[in-house]
Design a protein around this ligand. Structure first.
Ligand SMILES: C[S@@+](CC[C@H](N)C(=O)[O-])C[C@H]1O[C@@H](n2cnc3c(N)ncnc32)[C@H](O)[C@@H]1O
Length: 487
């Protein structure tokens, strides 16, 4: 903990992690201090320290209900990641209907971090539109940690921004305008059962023993990796044998668990129990924890040339989209080995825990020195300490790229962009990754996005990895133009 923040704030961060699973990195401690100040005042506690003490001792009745909305991220809207809902409609539902046709024609879905209900209501619209579901008994369990958000979900009133992606025909059919707001149709709300469930405190008390469809989107990203594994260990048995799990578009189960396997649905992935895979659907490659590529792996064209020969690359960008890369990381040949990654020496010689940022820099340092195992170890610890740092996910993507795991690399770059969409380097690396995965359309879209941001001067860059050959603006511009010409 830095000396700038009083211990009470660090204690509050620990308490929030223990109770809700959400990690509050030190970079957000100023914000947390303000929240603690406000809540202490509202709760009648004379100081922040007294507030935190009373909260920890369970003396503040219902205080968590007020605190949780302030410290969790509620970003959500209808038809978020529309490709997933399209896949539900076109690919997952037909299979589920076949599986369930003989057994009472019941279908159960669970939206496990539903925010203000945008996600389960979107699913309800998709299901309500299915003629094959006529006469079926279907329902959606919608859970969240945040009682206030659940109360909002039950009211079913949404602003324009939340409904902006709803197709006009569905907007007309399932919403009633109430002044500036849109009210969700009661017949859809009647299909949804809203309940408070804290994913960080399994086992979960749910009304059904299993669910055909589980949406666990954009919530694991706020937890440390051990908790992610723990949550998945409890979610997996709740997924029906032939059911499907959807994570957020930037999330993956790589290194979290391998009981479920990722199935490529073309525009997105779902996870299924291993034995339930239909004969035609290919599993994605290398989801085994710790798997490393035995042969040199391709790395992004935007990164590899500089890694191999920094000066030459700056003058002549690679003409090939896929550049053979070293099996190991670029070496500066001058970096001494670091001490074990989780601790650092204090002035008095004693070990103190490293901060997430220090571990991240240690990971970059290890990578620059060609020590991939050390880099992976440091990075895992950095991400466990602070999964909300985009630079960590960027590095994660790069390590996956080096290990020959482009799917995982793409997911990590997406995670970085989820956390900060204005960063151009993860977007450029994602574009190259998509090219190598044969998804030229989507790659070109990303190249165009990078180009537009660079040309308009509204891009941001990851500044902390001095030792790594991340593409700079000039190289990124060249790479985008080259790629968009077909290179
Ligand atoms: C970014 S929103 C995601 C909403 C929706 N799933 C989506 O993808 O649009 C994250 C949600 O996770 C919820 N959340 C955070 N920690 C949680 C926990 N321990 N248990 C259940 N929900 C949690 C937050 O309250 C918030 O509503």
């Amino acid at each position: 903990m830095s000396g700038k923040h009083p211990t009470a704030v660090a204690q509050l961060a620990d308490l929030i992690r223990d109770v809700t699973g959400n990690l509050v990195p030190e970079t957000r401690f100023d914000f947390l201090a303000e929240v603690a100040q406000r809540r202490a005042h509202a709760a009648g506690a004379p100081t922040r320290a007294e507030y935190v003490r009373a909260l920890a001792a369970g003396e503040l009745q219902r205080e968590w209900e007020s605190l949780i909305p302030l410290i969790t991220i509620k970003e959500s809207y209808f038809f978020r990641a529309p490709q997933q809902f399209e896949a539900v409609e076109r690919q997952l539902l037909p299979r589920l209907l076949r599986a369930r046709a003989g057994g009472g024609r019941r279908l159960r879905a669970w939206s496990a971090a539903c925010a203000r209900g945008e996600e389960p209501a979107t699913l309800a619209m998709v299901l309500a539109e299915q003629p094959q579901l006529a006469g079926w008994e279907w329902s959606i369990l919608a859970t969240d940690l945040d009682e206030e958000a659940l109360a909002g979900a039950r009211r079913g009133l949404y602003g324009e921004r939340a409904v902006a992606q709803v197709p006009p025909a569905l907007l007309a059919r399932y919403f009633t305008r109430r002044g500036k707001l849109f009210e969700l149709a009661p017949e859809l709300r009647a299909r949804i059962d809203y309940r408070a469930v804290n994913l960080a405190q399994p086992p979960f008390e749910l009304p059904e023993p299993e669910y055909d469809l589980i949406l666990l989107r954009n919530v694991l990203i706020y937890f440390g990796r051990p908790l992610q594994s723990w949550v998945m260990a409890h979610v997996t048995p709740l997924l029906a044998r032939k059911g499907a799990l959807l994570l957020g578009a930037s999330e993956t189960l790589w290194q979290i668990q391998d009981e479920l396997e990722a199935i490529d649905l073309g525009t997105c992935y779902c996870y299924r129990h291993r034995r339930a895979r239909p004969s035609g659907a290919p599993p994605v490659a290398a989801t085994t924890p710790g798997a490393t590529a035995a042969t040199p792996a391709p790395v992004p064209a935007s990164m590899a040339p500089a890694a191999a020969a920094p000066h030459a690359a700056a003058a002549t960008p690679s003409a090939a989209p896929v550049t053979p890369a070293p099996a190991t990381a670029p070496s500066s040949g001058r970096s001494p080995a670091l001490p074990p990654v989780a601790t650092a020496a204090r002035d008095d010689g004693a070990a103190r825990p490293r901060s997430a940022l220090e571990m991240l820099l240690a990971a970059a340092h290890e990578l620059a020195a060609n020590r991939l195992d050390g880099a992976r170890r440091a990075l895992d610890e950095a991400l466990a300490a602070d999964p909300s740092e985009p630079a960590g996910h960027l590095l994660d993507g790069f390590l996956h790229d080096l290990g020959g795991r482009p799917e995982e690399a793409a997911a990590s770059y997406r995670a970085a962009l989820y956390l900060d969409p204005s960063l151009f380097q993860p977007r450029l690396l994602l574009a190259d990754c998509l090219l190598r995965l044969g998804r030229r359309d989507r790659a070109e879209h990303q190249f165009r996005e990078v180009l537009a941001a660079l040309e308009a001067g509204r891009e941001r860059s990851v500044a902390i990895f001095d030792e790594l050959p991340l593409p700079d603006r000039a190289r990124a511009l060249r790479r985008c133009r080259q790629a968009l010409k077909g290179g």
